[in-house]
Design a protein around this ligand. Structure first.
Ligand code: GDP
Length: 555
C-alpha cells in the first residue's frame, strides 16, 4: 500500500499522495451494527449476510456441531451454556452489488456484532459508538419490543441512521401497514419502504421495488431452497408480468405502495441520514429472502466512515494520519487463546500491523505487532486496515474502552459515556489471603468495563460495590475471577436500583439520609444510590438544595 501514492496510479481525482488511497478505501467501506430484541433473528441474519458475501459457503456450517446448529458468533462457555452471545466482535466481508462494472472494487462491509442479551446492553452501547449506521431488526409477528426500543434510543442519541428490516416474513405476522404505523407511532421514525412484500406474512412470494410515487418498478420473486442454507434464487419480472403471475397479492402490494407515497413515505436520503426516516425492507433471514436487498441498501444508502469529533473540538478527518478508538476490551475469549484483546475502530489514516502508535491516555508508545480480526472462533492476522475497520490488538493490557491510539500529532477522542447502572452488589474475596489478587483483578475488570466499580470509606477497599446494567455482568465477574485470577468471590446483592450523579458539596448530607448511599466510581464520578424511585423523588423534593442529577448517558 505504501507505493500507491507514488506510482502514478491514484485511485481517485485527488492528487494528495497516500491520502488518495485512504480516501478510496473510506468511500467503499460501510460499518454497521444490528440492533434487535433477542430472538428477532440477529444471528440468523448475520449468517445470511455472510452467505451472500460469500465469506462462508453454507450458513451455520462453519462451526456446526452435531446436535445444535452453532452460529459463527458464539464461543464462550457461558454463551454455550446459556445460548447467548456475551461478547462482540466484527465480521468483515466484501460485497459487490449485482450489475456493478467489472473493474469496480467491491465494498468492504464491517458488521460489528453485539451481545443479544439485554444484560449486556452496556457492551452494545459501546459498539454503537463505534459504527456509522444501524440495522434495526424487527420480528414481523411481534413488532417493536422493549430491547429494540431501548437500543433505538441509543442510536438516536449517537446520530446513527437506521435501516429497518422486518424479519420472519415467511411466518404469519402482522399486516405490513400496521407494522409501519407502529414504528411511526412508538418511536417517531418515519418508515419509507424501499420494497413492498408480495404476499402476506406467512405467504412470502417476493418484493415489489417501489419507484417514484410508489409505482412498481419490478417484481423480485424468490424461490425457497432447502432450509434456506444457500442463496435463494431470484427471478425478475416487469409489473405487467408480475400482475399476471401473482394476481391479487400483487395488486395489494401496488395499492399499499401508492398509499404510502400519498402519505409521503418515500425514501429521502437526507432525511434518512438525519435520522428522521428509515428505509424498510421485508425479509426472511432464515429463507434468505430479501437479504441481498439489505446489502444493496447498505452500500447505496448507509454513510461511509466520516470525520470524528475530538476533545479539542477540531474534527479528525478520515484522511488524517492513523488514529483509532478502543471500544471494547475482552479477555479469556477462548480457552485456547487465554489473552486479552482490545478492539479498536480505525477513525483515520492507514493502519499497518507492526506500526508503533501512541496511547493518548498514558502518552506511551504501543507496538501493534499482533493485530487480528476476530469473529467467533476465527482469528485472522490483519496487515492493513482503514477507517471503519475493526482490529483486535493482542495483549493490550493498558488499553481501556474509550481510549485513543494515534500517530503523528496528538489527538484524543471524547470518552465513551458510562451508562446508568441498575443493579448493585458487594463483591469480596472468599479468603482474606487472596486480597492482593482480588484487588488487582477488580481493577482490571473495571478497566475493561465488565462492571463499574464503586467505593466508599464505610465499606472500605476490601468490599467494593459492583454496578451493572444487567445482573449477568456479575456472573461474568465471578467466573473470570475464578478461572483467570484464581480468586473465589462472594457476591451480596444490594437493595438499590437507581443511581444519580451528585457532587462533593452534597455527598455528606445525602449519604446520611435513610435508604441512600454515596460512592465514588473509578472514573471519579460521585454516585448516590437509591432503593426505588419513590425514595429518590421524596429526597429530591425535600432536599432541593442538594445536587441529584441523571447520569450523562441515562437512557
Ligand atoms: P437472535 O436471538 O436475534 O440472534 O435470533 P436467532 O437468529 O437465534 O433466531 C431466533 C429464532 O428465530 C431461531 O429459532 C431462528 O431459526 C428463527 N428465525 C430467525 N430468522 C427467521 C426467519 O426469517 N423466519 C423464521 N421462520 N424463523 C426465523
Amino acid at each position: 500500500a505504501e507505493d500507491t501514492g507514488t506510482t502514478g496510479q491514484p485511485a481517485g481525482p485527488d492528487r494528495s499522495g497516500a491520502h488518495t488511497d485512504v480516501r478510496s478505501e473510506v468511500a467503499r467501506r460501510r460499518t454497521f451494527a444490528v440492533i434487535a430484541h433477542p430472538d428477532a433473528g440477529k444471528s440468523t441474519l448475520t449468517e445470511a449476510l455472510a452467505l451472500h458475501a460469500r465469506v462462508i459457503t453454507e450458513a451455520g456450517a462453519v462451526h456446526g456441531k452435531s446436535g445444535r446448529r452453532a452460529t459463527v458468533s458464539d464461543w464462550m462457555e457461558m454463551e454455550k451454556a446459556r445460548g447467548i452471545s456475551v461478547s462482540s466482535t466484527a465480521l468483515q466481508f466484501t460485497y459487490k452489488p449485482a450489475g456493478a462494472p467489472d473493474d469496480d472494487e467491491p465494498y468492504v462491509i464491517n458488521l460489528v456484532d453485539t451481545p443479544g442479551h439485554s444484560d449486556f446492553s452496556e457492551d452494545t452501547y459501546r459498539v454503537l459508538t463505534a459504527v456509522d449506521a444501524a440495522v434495526m431488526l424487527i420480528d414481523a409477528a411481534k413488532g417493536l419490543e422493549p430491547q429494540t426500543l431501548k437500543l433505538f434510543r441509543v442510536c438516536k442519541h449517537n446520530g446513527l441512521p437506521i435501516i429497518t428490516v422486518i424479519n420472519k416474513w415467511d411466518r404469519p405476522g402482522q399486516a405490513p401497514l400496521e407494522l409501519l404505523d407502529e414504528i411511526t407511532e412508538q418511536i417517531g421514525l418515519v418508515p419509507t419502504p424501499l420494497f413492498m412484500p408480495v404476499g402476506i406474512a406467512g405467504d412470502y412470494r417476493g418484493l415489489l421495488r417501489r419507484g417514484p410515487e410508489g409505482a412498481p418498478e419490478e417484481y423480485i420473486h424468490f424461490t425457497r431452497t432447502a432450509g434456506g442454507s444457500t442463496i435463494a434464487p431470484e427471478e425478475h419480472y416487469d409489473p405487467a408480468a408480475a400482475a399476471e403471475r401473482e394476481g391479487e397479492v400483487w395488486e395489494t402490494a401496488v395499492e399499499e405502495s401508492e398509499l404510502l407515497s400519498a402519505m409521503g413515505q418515500d425514501h429521502d436520503q437526507e432525511l434518512y441520514l438525519a435520522g428522521e426516516t428509515s428505509p424498510v425492507i421485508f425479509a426472511s433471514a432464515m429463507l434468505n429472502f430479501g437479504v441481498h436487498q439489505i446489502l444493496d441498501a447498505l452500500v447505496e444508502l448507509a454513510p461511509p466512515p466520516h470525520a470524528w469529533d475530538t476533545v479539542t473540538g477540531a474534527p479528525r478527518e478520515t484522511s488524517d494520519p492513523f488514529s483509532a478508538v478502543v471500544f471494547k476490551v475482552q479477555a479469556g475469549m477462548d480457552a485456547a487463546h487465554r489473552d486479552r484483546l482490545a478492539f479498536m475502530r480505525v477513525v483515520s489514516g492507514e493502519f499497518e500491523r507492526g506500526m508503533v502508535v501512541t496511547h493518548a491516555q498514558s502518552a506511551k508508545p504501543f507496538t501493534t505487532k499482533y493485530a487480528l480480526t476476530v469473529f467467533g472462533r476465527d482469528r485472522t492476522t490483519v496487515e492493513t486496515a482503514y477507517p471503519g475497520d475493526v482490529v483486535g490488538l493482542v495483549n493490550a493490557t493498558a488499553l481501556a474502552p474509550g481510549d485513543t491510539l494515534y500517530t503523528g500529532k496528538k489527538v484524543q477522542f471524547p470518552p465513551i459515556p458510562q451508562f446508568a447502572p441498575e443493579h448493585f452488589a458487594v463483591v469480596r474475596a472468599h479468603s482474606l489471603g487472596k486480597y492482593k489478587q482480588f484487588r488487582k483483578a477488580i481493577d482490571q475488570l473495571a478497566a475493561e468495563g465488565v462492571v463499574q466499580i464503586l467505593r466508599n470509606d464505610t465499606r472500605g477497599d476490601a468490599n467494593p460495590v459492583m454496578a451493572a446494567v444487567g445482573p449477568m455482568q456479575f456472573e461474568v465477574v465471578t467466573a473470570r475471577m475464578k478461572t483467570e485470577f484464581n480468586v473465589e468471590v462472594v457476591v451480596d446483592n444490594l437493595p438499590y436500583s437507581i443511581a444519580r450523579r451528585t457532587d462533593a458539596a452534597s455527598a455528606d448530607e445525602l449519604g446520611r439520609q435513610r435508604g441512600v448511599e454515596v460512592f465514588q466510581r473509578t472514573d471519579g464520578e460521585l454516585l448516590a444510590l437509591f432503593g426505588d424511585k419513590w425514595r429518590l423523588q421524596y429526597i429530591s423534593k425535600e432536599m432541593d438544595h442538594l445536587t441529584i442529577e441523571p447520569l450523562v448517558a441515562d437512557t
